[in-house]
Design a protein around this ligand. Structure first.
Ligand SMILES: [Zn+2]
Ligand SMILES: [Zn+2]
Length: 672
């Protein structure tokens, strides 16, 4: 006998807002991935309800066969995502269904990877790590809620994770663990630590850098239970783990957990929800927790465990501010910073200088007519890359050779304005040309950014040089401040980090503080060199309160100050936000759509408690010839905002603005 099921075909069309009814066999349940005829094509579809009734006017079609069976909780996760983040069920379900589902029988092929010999003796824990682990253990064993681990950089959080996982797997040999990391760059070293501890067969990696077959293999290892640990970036939160008991979200504050395209979910928040519906514990870890999570710990939503001290007596560096208002005009390296840098070089210690701008110069400009290297397709300048003499747009990718003369007036004197990492590296080489390092050789400067690490293996190579001590000064973008364990660095300098404080984004101080704390965390990791380690910040705003907290490495003080400001302004986490974004051929059309949306908002459920602001062009208004605008929606009540958004979206779907390319809702946006 056959039954009827509600099935969402996996297609990306937004219009597909309802499921279709198919005939299924008796043994098919919620979570089954089916091969189904859909229109003229064959698609995959996910069963969301195995007990459906046939709509009166439709003759249900039979599903062809079952491709895979997902845990029903994963279906609930996807449906929640669709609902909460204003996506569609079809789009959300596509995230949980494996890329190329195979017939069930084929799963056996990957099943029997025997574990490699696991590392017998894990590293010994420090006293602080030991205490932290005990508390985590107690909480996990007692069913006592989720944990926010606030562990200073270098306090050895990873080792605590490893022990917590080990203890769990010893207690429950069948259990599975999901470990999320923000950056794909950080996965290889973490994967190595997990595989050397637990054996390669136990650990499956999951990230966007993998090929489809690699991903499918990892997915099946997790789904079949062969792999007990899944380690990956935000997409890994959708991996099928039938016996999931623990989710670790490392560097939980990192903005990379927020998906910026398609279904704009936060993998961290999904992880917390997933833990709730699957009965798994969630452990969030960070040296600088997001203010949302920090406030959650103040209110008892998370149990907070502080792990302040560094492993092996490594100390946090002293913070030195240089007031750039007091420096001569056009100063790149202030005199005291340069002196400190030379000291380190003479002592054979490493320094790290970071500047958040890659390329040689952000603009090329003509001195005669004021021509600037604008991108013809974006409202942004193209960046000058000296290495291959190109002008490249970092927004749309449009690249041209540098013109020999000004395209507007023919003047040959066109000059770079401002400074990126390439130019910084060059300037530093000039400044240090006469300096000799501890070996009596010229100073060795290396650069690490998205350009220098583009080729496969380049990042690993650069990291290896750094660890071997073959580099005296490392210049880089934000990339170098994250996660890497550079033991020989005793000086870290941020050159123009506080330009972000000019931004209107209310999260700018939070992001800057976190960036500087993470960067400071790169210095003084080696006990023998820790005493003299320093973090230098060249700033135009030396009196900003965040620097007081930074000097003392006092995250709680910073968080308290910021949360007070946010509370007064009704900003997250005290208020709730969503953005309606529109993209169109012209700015007028984008704005017209937003104005229409705003007019339609009145009288909708929840609207009384929701403020809909005016539509405005986005900061970078045009990208790749597409005009972009957005509108902020805010409410003191999350419930009201959700109710409102649910009622608003069907209205938006019917809006037909000529020239409108697409629109999207971004719930809990990180960039406003
Ligand atoms: Zn000119
Ligand atoms: Zn462009």
């Amino acid at each position: 006998m056959s039954r009827l099921a509600s099935v969402y075909p996996i297609v990306s069309a937004r219009s597909l807002a309802r499921p279709f009814t198919y005939e299924i066999g008796d043994d098919v349940g919620k979570g089954a991935v089916l091969a189904i005829p859909f229109g003229n094509a064959r698609r995959r579809g996910v069963v969301v309800d195995a007990d459906a009734e046939a709509p009166p006017d439709v003759e249900p079609v039979a599903a062809e066969r079952v491709l895979e069976t997902l845990p029903p909780a994963l279906v609930d996760l996807a449906l929640w995502l669709a609902d909460y983040y204003g996506s569609t069920p079809a789009r959300a379900l596509a995230l949980i269904a494996p890329q190329q589902a195979k017939r069930r029988g084929e799963r056996r092929r990957v099943a029997s990877t025997s574990a490699l010999a696991a590392e017998p003796a894990p590293a010994r824990l420090s006293e602080s790590q030991e205490r932290t682990l005990e508390r985590i253990e107690a909480l996990l064993a007692s069913g006592g809620g989720n944990v926010l681990l606030a562990g200073a950089t270098g306090s050895g959080k990873t080792e605590v994770y490893l022990h917590a996982v080990q203890a769990l797997l010893a207690r429950e040999p069948d259990a599975q663990v999901l470990v999320l990391v923000p950056e794909i760059n950080l996965t290889p070293q973490l994967q190595e630590r997990f595989t050397s501890r637990f054996g390669a067969g136990q650990v499956a990696a999951m990230n966007s850098g993998m090929t489809h077959p690699q991903r499918l293999k990892a997915w099946l290892a997790a789904h079949s239970g062969t792999a007990r640990i899944v380690l990956g970036t935000r997409m890994a939160v959708f991996t099928s783990l039938p016996r999931l008991r623990l989710i670790i979200v490392d560097e939980e504050h990192d903005p990379s957990y927020k998906q910026q395209e398609g279904a704009r979910y936060s993998a961290r928040d999904l992880a917390v929800y997933r833990g709730k519906i699957e009965g798994a514990k969630v452990l969030l870890g960070s040296a600088t927790p997001s203010l949302e999570s920090w406030q959650g710990s103040e209110r008892g939503r998370y149990r907070r465990i502080d792990m302040p001290s560094r492993v092996g007596q490594g100390r946090l560096p002293a913070v030195r501010l240089v007031d750039m208002q007091q420096q001569p005009k056009h100063t790149v390296f202030s005199i005291p910073l340069l002196a400190a840098l030379k000291d380190r070089i003479a002592r054979g210690e490493q320094s790290l200088i970071f500047l958040n701008r890659r390329g040689y110069a952000p603009v090329l400009s003509c001195n005669a007519c004021d021509w600037k290297s604008e991108c013809p397709h974006c409202s942004a300048y193209r960046v000058f890359h000296k290495v291959d003499r190109t002008l490249r747009c970092h927004h749309c990718g449009y690249t041209e050779p540098v013109p020999r003369a000004c395209p507007a007036c023919g003047n040959v004197d066109i000059a770079p304005v401002g400074r990126g990492t390439e130019r910084l590296e060059e300037a530093l080489a000039e400044l240090l040309a006469d300096v000799r390092n501890a070996h009596g050789s010229p100073v060795r400067i290396a650069r690490m950014d998205a350009d220098s690490t583009r080729l496969k293996g380049a990042l690993e190579q650069q990291l290896a040089r750094m660890h071997a001590g073959d580099v005296d000064v490392l210049v880089g973008t934000q990339m170098v401040t994250k996660g890497h364990d550079f033991r020989r660095i005793t000086l870290v300098a941020a050159l123009n980090a506080d330009s972000a404080l000019y931004a209107s984004d209310f999260r700018a101080p939070e992001r800057l503080f976190s960036l500087l704390m993470q960067a400071a965390g790169r210095a003084g990791r080696d006990a023998a060199r820790a005493d003299a380690s320093e973090m230098w910040v060249q700033t135009w705003h030396p009196r900003h309160p965040l620097f007081d907290a930074l000097r003392k490495h006092d995250y709680p003080a910073f968080a308290a100050q910021q949360l007070r400001e946010r509370q007064q302004a009704g900003m997250p986490p005290f208020g709730f936000q969503a953005l309606l974004r529109a993209e169109a051929r012209t700015q007028e059309v984008a704005q017209a759509f937003l104005a229409h949306a705003s007019a339609q908002a009145q009288g909708l459920p929840g609207a009384q408690e929701v403020t809909v602001y005016s539509g405005v062009p986005m900061t970078i208004q045009r990208v790749a010839d597409v005009e972009r605008a957005q509108m902020l929606v805010e409410s003191p009540s999350r419930g009201a905002l959700q109710t409102f958004l649910a009622a608003w979206q069907p209205v938006l779907r019917t809006a037909r603005e000529k020239g409108l390319i697409r629109w999207a809702i971004d719930v809990d946006p990180l960039v406003i």
